[in-house]
Design a protein around this ligand. Sequence first.
Ligand code: BG6
Length: 368
Amino acid sequence: EKGGHDYFMLKEIQEQPQGVADTLIGHFAHGKIVLDEQRLHDQELREVDKVFVVACGSSYHAGLLAKYAIEHWTRLPVEVELASEFRYRDPVLDRSTLVVAISQSGETADTLEAVRHAKEQKARVLAICNTNGAQIPRESDAVLYTRTGPEIGVASTKAFLAQITANFLVGLALAQARGTKYPDEVAREFAELESMPKRVAQVLESADRVREIARQFAHVPTVLFLGRHVGYPVALEGALKLKELAYMHAEGFAAGELKHGPIALIEDGLPVFVVMPSPKGRAVLHSKLLSNIREIQARGARTIVIAEEGDDTVRPFADHLIEIPSAPTLYQPLLSTVPLQIFAAEVAQARGYDVDKPRNLAKSVTVE
Ligand code: BG6
């Protein structure tokens, strides 16, 4: 059942190219993005003046990534919030608010209660869910299914990549309905998305190398993760995977915050992952990150750098370099997250832990 792998999660990590591809199937027809299972009409999408994304755990990190794409493509303000915090603080919602609830299981109580609160306030709710007919999609106005198959590993991997993909579809559908992107631009973005699975598969080819790096760090007390822009939620997700699976202290930071506090943590030998943006994207992002790596390396950190292949500028500062294929900035998380998942799983295995069933965690938490 585990497809010859030591644990389900490794199989699920390998299934990610398929999960991304399947989540896209049928969502582009006659030159337009189509959100099936949609009970939200174009007119309603046009009336949206604000978006909230609510979710928990890895789904929340997928939500953080949604913000970059939706704001960029639609010029709508997007707030991303932990579902467990959302309804207790009286968020400003009305019928022109779109609430996107992301949940792999579709049964998470915190997210379900956030959906109920949003509906009481007359907001429109769109669920992104991996489980047909679950409670959250049942109570939402519309649902967009991630089609990555059941996820067995308690820590989310393939659902996360599929959720990111679904978020892009929501962003493109909004941009299309609102006319903030021309039809040919939407078509081009979709084509780019369709080409991502083969790049995810390329990242998987370097799994053995990542596992080898992981074994070297299997017994350190702390690992830090740094990223900027879309690399920041990726850093948070990398840290979460390591906490969940390897019970290791791990923290993700926005690289720009380093100098405002976390740099005090840097000491000799501390492993720090750095998610480098594409050098072909905004040059300023890339150069800022480069100077962050320099700073931490000068203070003795052991740097593990995830960078686009051919980005030679990082080589002098990377104690370990993990190369990923080139991708547009917004889509890079579909690639850069994968080595972090493999790293966490391998560290957990090296420590003798059950990768599929980490202690104290449940696959879906149906109590608030
Ligand atoms: C946690 C799971 O309890 O819930 C995480 O252990 C998951 O893996 C989180 O990311 C949210 O779950 P869901 O099903 O709402 O996406």
